[in-house]
Design a protein around this ligand. Structure first.
Ligand SMILES: [Zn+2]
Length: 199
């Protein structure tokens, strides 16, 4: 959290190039005080449009087997190539959070799930995302390999490969899930929660 760098546009460095110009008139945006706004904003000096930059929602699931194991995927793409995470992706503009959870899980794992309780909601400031994790019952399908996932396999709560989990938010979601289903198990040391990839 402390290593998050915000550039002169008030956004993480990697995001700067994507919010440089006014989406209405194409002028270069400036960052600073704007009337009636309580914090500095990116705004257009030509047409006055204020460009609000807010985090996007990443929808994920912890697909749970009948034996109480969680299905994780070994990521086939960056960030986190080769490391483990739960399935998930960006919420599309025309779908509900629940629909996105079902779609992303099917696309990345081949598993059909029924999302249940929300395990938690997590901020990744450097990536400008908020991640929601649903506990999800597996109701069909079969594990598949895709471009995005090299492998999908179940892990018992006591066998989570903590040092190989791709994201800090995934570590936190898995920890919160285990704290609920297996409160007797020790949770990972903060030292293992060290990976965070910008975008
Ligand atoms: Zn403009």
């Amino acid at each position: 959290m402390s290593d998050v760098r915000f550039g002169p546009g008030g956004v993480p460095d990697w995001l700067e190039a994507m919010v440089r110009y006014c989406s209405r008139c194409g002028s270069r945006l400036t960052f600073g005080a704007v009337e009636d706004e309580e914090r500095d904003r990116l705004a257009c000096p030509s047409c006055g449009l204020v460009s609000y930059v807010n985090p996007r929602l990443v929808v994920t699931t912890l697909p749970i087997t009948d034996r109480g194991e969680v299905m994780l995927i070994r990521r086939g793409i960056e960030p986190g190539l080769g490391l483990w995470a739960q399935p998930g992706g960006f919420l599309e503009i025309d779908e509900t959070v629940r629909d996105a959870a079902i779609r992303e899980t099917l696309e990345e794992t081949g598993l059909k799930v029924e999302p249940g309780a929300i395990v938690g909601l997590y901020s990744r400031l450097q990536a400008a995302v908020v991640m929601v994790a649903f506990e999800a019952r597996i109701v069909g399908g079969a594990p598949t390999v895709t471009r995005e996932s090299l492998e999908t396999r179940p892990f018992a709560p006591e066998s989570i490969p903590w040092p190989e989990i791709a994201f800090e938010t995934s570590v936190r979601a898995l920890s919160d899930w285990i704290a609920r289903v297996r409160p007797d198990l020790p949770l990972p040391e903060p030292a293992t929660i060290r990976r965070d990839f910008g975008a």
